[in-house]
Design a protein around this ligand. Structure first.
Ligand SMILES: *Cc1c(COP(=O)(O)O)cnc(C)c1O
Length: 353
């Protein structure tokens, strides 16, 4: 080891899902939306004034912030936007989790949380999900420096009802609670109404899943004005121009088309409910999912074997080897009905051969 390496900040990075360059695969491994972005997004990009690229963008991304605030009936001062929810969550961790006490999150959850905590030197304590993969509210009533969890949780897909979320917030008035609602648009109930009652609640959402724009990188936080101001102070101490001109224009167009958004999310919900029946018929077990993926285990076949078999058939799903408790599960994104029919045909042929 070189002497200078002693001064390096060493981290174990997050590993994103595979993005194969191969064409004609069925990609059900990173929870992308199988449908294209709203037609208005295409038009906004086609009609982009190229002169805008010469200039710096609006550092406040005002048009996008206003559009998001309008969609939810909030004030623009309650919205913070960034480069995907990974960006806004990292900024929220940096701003809100500045205590010597450990932050709390589930043992099985979005695997970026412990990465940010380690990067930012935030102490943390994981709380095990129960045997049905549920988050137990009582585990979050001990002394802590903040709380974060996704709802529905990832990669389990399990949704926590609003009264249980409120129970956790109510028990923790002295810290910030971040509810990561990356998948809330697929039939869940958002904690949004609780913002009126609790000034320590922060909600994170993204355009990557329900708005078919993972490639554009737009995420946002919803919270009370003062909290959003603190987060903006940290952002402006780091990088003023997070949102580029194209992301702002495309984001506004996506938010404006409420009907397209509703139709696409409903199609995915319908396909998911149908897919649940197919999984059950083929001998898979799973907790009920309210997201755009299902987290399944087969009663006879090891997850790794099915993962490799599907991969050979050019169907990509996600397999987490760690923690061991979930190593027998596959996380399978809900694609189009056609893609799912192909998935089930391949599974059926393998399982009933
Ligand atoms: C996908 C995902 C995100 C990040 O999404 P971005 O693409 O960065 O907006 C955040 N949290 C959870 C739980 C996710 O699944």
């Amino acid at each position: 080891m070189q002497a200078w390496e002693n001064n390096i900040r060493k981290v174990v990075p997050y590993v994103p899902g595979e993005q194969p360059q191969k064409k004609d695969i069925i990609k059900l491994n990173t929870n992308e939306n199988p449908y294209p972005p709203a037609p208005g997004v295409v038009a906004a990009l086609q009609h982009m004034d190229m002169d805008l690229l010469r200039r710096y963008p609006d550092p406040t991304a005002g048009k996008l912030v206003d559009a998001i605030a309008g969609f939810y009936g909030l004030k623009s001062s309650q919205v913070f936007v960034g480069v995907g929810s990974d960006d806004v969550l990292a900024m929220a961790f940096l701003t809100c989790f500045n205590s010597d006490k450990p932050i709390l999150f589930p043992d099985i959850t979005y695997s970026f949380y412990d990465v940010w905590a380690n990067l930012l030197r935030i102490p943390y304590e994981v709380q095990p999900l129960d045997e049905n993969f549920k988050i137990c509210a009582d585990d979050y009533k001990k002394e802590n420096g903040g709380i974060v969890f996704p709802n529905p949780n990832a990669p389990t897909g399990v949704l926590k009802p609003l009264d249980e979320i409120e129970d956790i917030i109510k028990a923790n008035p002295d810290v910030i609670i971040i509810v990561d609602e990356a998948y809330i648009d697929f039939g869940g109930v958002s904690a949004l109404p609780l913002l009126k009652k609790y000034d320590n609640l922060l909600i994170a959402q993204t355009f990557s899943k329900s708005r078919s724009m993972a490639g554009m990188r737009i995420g946002y936080l919803l919270g009370n004005e003062k909290l959003i101001r603190y987060i903006n102070d940290c952002k402006y101490s780091f990088n003023s121009y997070t949102m580029n001109q194209t992301a702002i224009a495309a984001g506004v167009a996506a938010i404006c088309d409420k009907e397209y958004f509703r139709t696409c999310t409903q199609k995915i919900i319908d396909t998911r409910e149908w897919a649940k029946e197919q999984f059950t018929a083929l001998g898979f077990c799973f907790e009920d999912s309210m997201s755009n993926f299902v987290f399944v285990r087969h009663k006879d076949y090891p997850a790794e074997e099915l993962f490799e078999m599907l991969r050979k058939a050019d169907i990509y799903v996600r397999h987490f080897k760690k923690p061991e408790r979930i190593s027998e599960y596959l996380r399978i994104t809900i694609g189009t009905r056609d893609e799912m029919e192909k998935l089930f045909a391949v599974l059926k042929q393998y399982i009933t051969r």
